[in-house]
Design a protein around this ligand. Sequence first.
Ligand code: GAL
Length: 967
Amino acid sequence: MTTGTESHGLRVSRRRAMQYGAMTGVALAAPGSAVFAGPAEGAGQSVPPRDFAPPEKGARLFEDAWHFHRGDVPMPKLLGHRVSYEATKAGGAVGAAAAVYDDGDWPLVELPHDWAAAEVPNAEENIAQGYRARGISWYRRGFRLDETLRGRYLELQFGAISSKATVWFNGIETAHSWSGYSAIHIDLTANAYFGDALNSIAVRVDAEQFEGWWYEGAGPYRHVWLVDRAPVHIVTDGIHADPRLQANGGWSVPVEATLYSIEEKDASVRVVAELLDDRDAVIASASTQVTVSPLARAVARLEITDVSPRLWSVDAPNLYRVRTRVSRAGQTVDERITPCGFRTLHFDPDKGLLINGEHVKIKGVCVHGGHAGVGVAVPDSLIWWRVQQLKRMGCNAIRTAHNAPSPALLDACDRLGLLVMDENRLFNVSPDYIEQLQWLVRRDRNHPSVILWSVFNEEPMEGTSSGYEMVRRASAAVKALDTSRPVTAAMSGGLFAPVNVSQAVDVVGFNYHQYDYDKFHDLHPDWPITSSEDTSAFMVRGEWFTDEDAHVKSADDTEHALWGNSHRQAWKEIATRPFVAGAFVWTGFDYYGEPTPYTWPTKSSLFGSMDLCGFPKAAFYIHQAQWLDRPVLKILPHWNWKPGTPIKVLVATQLDQVVLTLNGKTVADGPADPYQMFSADLQFAPGRLEAHGYRNGKLVATDAVETTGTPVRLRLTPDRSRLRGDGADAVPVTIEALDSRGRPVPTADMRVDLSVSGARLIGVGNGNPNAGFSGKESHVPLFNGLAQAIIQTERGSQGRASLSASAAGLAPASTILSVAAVSVPSVAPGPLRFMIQGWRQSPVVQEKPGQPGTLADNDMNSWQRVRAGTPPPFSGTTGYLTLAAQIEVPGNVTRNGGLIVLQTVNGAGSLWLNGEQKAEKTYVEAGAMKAAIPPGLTKLDVALILKVLPDQRTGLPGLVFLESEAH
Ligand code: GAL
């Protein structure tokens, strides 16, 4: 069974019929509590299941009320000795990174946030990024942690930040994100403050950098959660449930749970893994005991056996879940739910893909993450809608080009039954980047939808020994974490080089090069191959005539990139070759950027089978005819033209005979080609064009297009009318103009003004790649009869929301949405006050100072550092001490004046501001001190002179705040 290739002394072991699941390999798993039959094709109203489902019990959103600054905040120039010294210490970050910084004037934003989506495209900006300005920005947020969280493990999780980011927690540089597609998980435990003390997160986002040649947005554009866990707990992405088919036909689920402990002694815990069905009933379970050492990881290995599950497939995506619990002394202390699905996976060099032993031709599309109006900050529910649109097109697979997808996409694919080729972003085998690749595998390996790991897309080294060596390493990194799926790489060349990447992968991915399929298969008959990318055809929705001057490409499926093919021909090359596992059409949807073959003023791609809004182009129907089993018959284009215009009508169908009638008279008939379908050259005359589709002589489908009148009124059609008031749920609303007989006018292009109440408008679009607006306006022109408004609920809202639309000369329209109350656990933003830290305490002197003492700039050591809010020690002596801190006064206090509040001072003494005594405390016991701050101050030297008594804890056991008068 094993063949070998000798090249450059390398022995590459072969025969790569990849069998995953059966005995050796894989199976899968999927999440979700319900066995989801998948929506009927064309079904609307399907409610996305998961917006804001916390990633684990107790996780709280960390998304509202971030202070946002567009542009960089230069670090202050430090000149003095002591400030230089302090700035290098843990917690000593300066400028906008500092624990305490005046961000009060920065506007508040809610995450997920893509600020570049609000930019109006500009010819001076980068074409690949859709001509939108990007750049540096800062985000800051204060928050409190309840005392009850002391001793818990605390982690802040950013789903992804575009593009590179540095994060400071309480003035400590705690994380870097090197990719705009990777999550970062930040352990806050050691440096967190509890109670009244304010914690702060500062994020510097560098979106000047880019990692793709498509629009990537700017900002933290995926969810942000704060999780708190027991001291001994399951780490993030710490469960691997890896179903395996046994020789006896039953299934087992080996489960690995990675635990971590912040305790100071070994801890022995019980780990139980349970397989849950769609009703949460426990089907089978396993348990083990494991010891976790302090500040170390331990892996618990269990095996759930003897399972006879319903299998997961694209047609019946039966889902289970694994619930893994950690308990101590009989008490559950942590719990994680992971998706689980059972399926085998086999890539055969002759037959392509077999799932559960049955042949499945991959009918896939490549997808970038963005959407009209919202940029890359696509709400989970809109991702769900987009996946449904693909399913309606007949698609059964998505390639996440060319990066880790949102978790919501995988969740939708698990539930709706789509396969995923999960792709790594940057091809680099140095440790930081291998870590990104392994993060992807750890995060996504429990999803049954994922069938391939793709380690790169089109790398210049693909035909070299460097490429080969790098892929060997990348593949080994993947397999260290998951042996259940093959590794591939999307190659655009080098396939025949003596040493090349195809020798290091399990399944060879072809980007284009369709004319090489046979040559390669003849040379390597034992190597499974799939298209990883094909087609790259151009279409502008609703257009039927190419106009190069206007940057318009006909949607008649005749236009494609030099390296690509039409939608019909590309599929023919794949469909007629059983050894090619399937297609990944470039692309499912248009995306901002890469306006090939044009440049400015074209801002978005023309490759989509759907436009930027997810409105079908002709390719959508062509794929339906190629990919769906039910009869498809669709006349293209619309029937509103100038009389006499010659129109090449295309009927997208897989039926074998088509008859076209115009106003009742047959104008064309004949056989339809299974790949090219049916075309007829007609002269446009107004009226009704009908298609009749036959199979084996039997009429099985009809379709019609009609010439409409002029628009008289607007229509709004939301995809769903019931929303959740979680501040995330979003629905696309289709905007059309109708004629007097209620027919949508396919050429309508008037401006529509929108107004929303009870919810918010987060984006508009119309799918025109040449449109010049940002997508954040409250008006939008129809383009070839359509536009889209995306409505999102406000957090905490309930009742009714409405969208109204008006256009000059047309009757307006409105639609009502009902909003259900949903509570979302979230971490409240910190109150608007300013905590004063960085205190220094002088040695005790015997003589009462007439003024607060001062510390020489080069003296690091003779005054102790003191953290306000922690109990001072007994001094054991008598005398006087000075406590001093210096701050820059926040702008609102400079403008309005304010108050300094010392919550608790122990000892009698005086409070001094900028060298003047402002308050006195005459008693020794604990008590507050306050003093007014006049407007106009920009710097404040705060000092306390306190009398020291041997049996007193003299100092600042309470926090010190500066509060604005306006507050
Ligand atoms: C491919 C590439 C895609 C996209 C496409 C356009 O070479 O992988 O990202 O650029 O071309 O045709």
